[in-house]
Design a protein around this ligand. Sequence first.
Ligand code: ZN
Ligand code: ZN
Length: 604
Amino acid sequence: MSEQNELSEADELYRIRHSASHIMATAVLEMFPDARLAIGPPIKDGFYYDFELPRPLSTDDLGEIEERMRRLVKENFRFDRETWSKDRAREFFADQPYKLELIEGIADSDVSIYLSGPFTDLCAGPHVNYASKCKHFKLMKVAGAYWRGDETKPMLQRIYGTAWKTREQLERHLNMLEEAKRRDHRKLGKELDLFAFDRLAPGAVFWKPKGWASYRQLQDYFREIEDANDYIEIFNPLLYNKELFETSGHWEHYREHTFHFEQNEQTFCLKPMNCPDTMLFFASRKRSYRELPLRVAEFGVLHRNELAGALSGATRVRQFCQDDAHIFCAESQLYDEVVTLMRMIDQTYQMLGLQYELELSTRPDKFMGAVELWDKAEAMLKKALDDRGEPYRVHEGDGAFYGPKIDIQVRDCLGRSWQCGTVQLDFQLPRRFELTYTASDNSEQTPVVIHRAISGSLERFFAILVEHFAGAFPTWLAPVQAVVVPITDDHNDYAWEVAGQLKANRIRVEVDDRSEKMGYKIREHQTQKVPYMLVVGDKEAESATVAVRTYAGGRRGEVTVDALIDEIVERIRMRALDVEVKPIELAGTADDDEIGSDMEDRGY
Ligand SMILES: [Zn+2]
Ligand SMILES: [Zn+2]
């Protein structure tokens, strides 16, 4: 029996991807014998290898490298590990300065080497046993990458590839990427005129009227849930003297992620989170146990100094807003609060039709506070999760240093998972700010704080929703909920009259009275994914009706304006999902050549 049969799917994919990167390096060395090699690790869904090459690579080169790789895979050489002395390795890699640098960084006196066909690499492995395991791959792109990620070091060329165990998996992955491209929020944001980006404000969203209309609906929705659960809302300054963050500990531990500057002989800092200023609110007057739990929401504008290279549309930004809140409570109130929070989470995500999973992260190696307190808090969170009755994951040791937490992982219709909201217990911050309340026995006690956000960053959450719905928002979230289309200019007056009635009922409506062909207008509003298209002509004007065509259901015929208003208002009130977004089937074709390749395993 081969050893590889006992590997988990993840381990096997890891080996396949790592080995594919070696095979790619083999092909690149064939084409450029003087290439200098840096590193070539497996990554999520694939692999890369960094090279210093005599000329920049083009897409055509990728095709040639792929062809060479296919030939190499067919040669089906073994991957063998050897242990060399550092001297032997130095001699072998004499022309490879990056490898020499890596060798110097290795603490042991010996180094691990992998040999595969004509290729030899400094590498800890592990790898597949035979090259034929790596036949389902595709090279994706070339990008620049600094050696060791350091911009003072040479810029190398990084080739990215993807590799899978079967052709079906590979095809599914490529289909997923195609579908993701189609739904990309940056593309749809432009097409639907929702938001824009500008190099003059890197990492920040410029909300256009349509996008902002939807964003406000989302924010209102979170407010409504908070109001129903006894939250109060504050709005504090964005810019603070650094002293605030010295007290909170962020200045010491988080400074490089903040924007700060000196002016008027003070050091100012843009707040990267709402926690410290919410502590000030609690401390602003004497507090009694009667006020607890005190649930304080703040849609504060936050800035974080993300690396320019990490920025990506609205999902990785420097300026954002969270549906953030801090709950101050007594230890004895924690359980009920967490249960309520999980109910709010369930309500929110189910209403949006999103699939999600909760994950518990427990005490890390480096933690603050008493172990007993941690144990108690973790047991309490576990009980709350158990009582909820849904499966959840546990990440041992992944909690924050100040307390355990529950994270919300959202899975979109393409099966991609996103970390969204979070519920974090914090025993430390209230102490740092010396917060107290008077207990029923008149003693002064320190409250516990729960940091919580249900969606996390609203910008990011919005982007996820754009991609999940492929821009076809349910009516309540849609930027424009209805568009009235007069058949000819003669019907413009009636069109505006209908629009006026809808507007009076707070429905976001537009009139398309351009002198364009009917078919053209209808196609355009269909592309804009407007939920309700209302066509009006003589017949409709006479009977106070509209001819309805919905984005979700197509042509529906005549409806009176009053009945239509009732319907739309009710759908908005219910926040109904117009169409249920189901996980997308991304089938690849089944493999017919899988049997056979495993026959080579016997030598391993
Ligand atoms: Zn390697
Ligand atoms: Zn917080």
